[in-house]
Design a protein around this ligand. Structure first.
Ligand SMILES: [Cu+2]
Length: 174
């Protein structure tokens, strides 16, 4: 069954275990790809600040609460190599977003959400694996593996929220 083996190998190589081979195909913020969510390797890609983590590899859970226009806690420290489950609860009366990333990622995401709001689209569907959008009372999670030390943020990128102070500092220590 040499033929079958080759096909399996080709499939593995074209979209490798890490998902890295797919990374060039779609920018994390490209909304046109939002509908493809659900397929394991389209749920998120490796980035400069880490990659989506697997539930089985979670080393620690950090609970984050969304308040009216803030996060609690608003300062989190993790270590390189840790896979963190951010268990996010929206305790406020309005919709909020939790996006994890470096400042460039946050700025890009804010732009996308502003555009989505302008165009009248109800929701921006996240598929980078680094964000979750929650209705009032909603619960969700982001599981992320941190691969590099540095300063990151977790922000709410719904238009006006970050600007009003809905942001957090995430420090990744070596
Ligand atoms: Cu918000």
């Amino acid at each position: 069954m040499r033929h079958g083996t080759l096909i399996a190998l080709a499939a593995l190589l074209s979209c490798g275990l890490s998902g890295a081979a797919c990374a060039h195909e779609d920018d994390m913020g490209d909304m046109d790809h939002a509908e493809h969510g659900g397929d394991a390797h389209h749920n998120g890609h490796a980035t400069a600040f880490g990659h989506p983590g697997k539930a089985a590899e979670v080393s620690r859970t950090i609970a984050v609460t969304m308040n009216d226009i803030s996060f609690t806690p608003d300062r989190v420290t993790v270590k390189v190599g840790e896979t963190i489950r951010f268990a996010v609860t929206n305790a406020s009366g309005i919709e909020h977003d939790f996006t994890l990333g470096d400042s460039a990622t946050q700025a890009r995401h804010r732009e996308e959400m502003a555009k989505a709001a302008e165009s009248g689209k109800a929701h921006h569907h996240h598929h980078g694996g680094n964000a979750v959008l929650l209705a009032p009372g909603g619960k969700g999670e982001v599981i992320w593996t941190f691969t590099k030390p540095g300063s990151l943020e977790f922000d709410c990128n719904i238009p006006g929220h970050f600007e009003a102070g809905m942001k957090g500092t995430l420090t990744v220590t070596p």
